[in-house]
Design a protein around this ligand. Structure first.
Ligand code: HEC
Length: 122
């Protein structure tokens, strides 16, 4: 009598390597330099902690972004980069392309992200 043994085949496939590797893009920068730029140009509106409660916001019709809120944290680096470079339409946030170099924009972006890291789920 033949006994057929069915052995469970443990097939350990190479899964798990597909973890979504965040594309580093080319948005590397120096957060220390970014902090200095932030203190110089951005703190009056976006506040010392990035909460959008800077000292100069009383007369603004559109309040500055709170970088710590889900609305900002779910945005990608590229989206924030473009907002800094080109500004936000119909808001007091003008573009900084004429005052900051691309590298400086990346530096200040890195600083913002060090205070309020990207969080895709908010
Ligand atoms: C005059 C006030 C003011 C200044 C100065 C200012 N911002 Fe803003 N910022 C705003 C306002 C207002 C918005 C738009 C908020 C909205 O659309 O709800 C904004 C939006 C942004 C956003 C988009 C955030 C998001 O979640 O989409 C970024 C990034 C940003 N600012 C970065 C900066 C940086 C970096 C500087 C300094 C170089 C700066 N801002 C200076 C007022 C200011």
């Amino acid at each position: 009598m033949k006994t057929t043994m069915c052995l469970g085949i443990l097939s350990v496939l190479g899964v798990g390597l597909f973890s979504s590797v965040a594309v580093a893009e080319s948005l590397s920068g120096n957060p220390k330099k970014g902090e200095a730029l932030y203190q110089q140009h951005c703190v009056g509106c976006h506040g010392t902690t990035g909460d959008g409660l800077g000292a100069d916001i009383k007369e603004l019709i559109v309040p500055p972004a709170n970088f710590r809120a889900p609305k900002s944290r779910t945005r990608t680096d590229m989206e924030l980069y473009i907002a800094i470079k080109q500004g936000v339409l119909f808001s007091p946030m003008h573009g900084w392309a004429d005052r900051l170099s691309d590298q400086e924009i990346r530096d200040v972006l890195r600083y913002i992200r060090s205070v309020a890291p990207f969080n895709p789920v908010g």
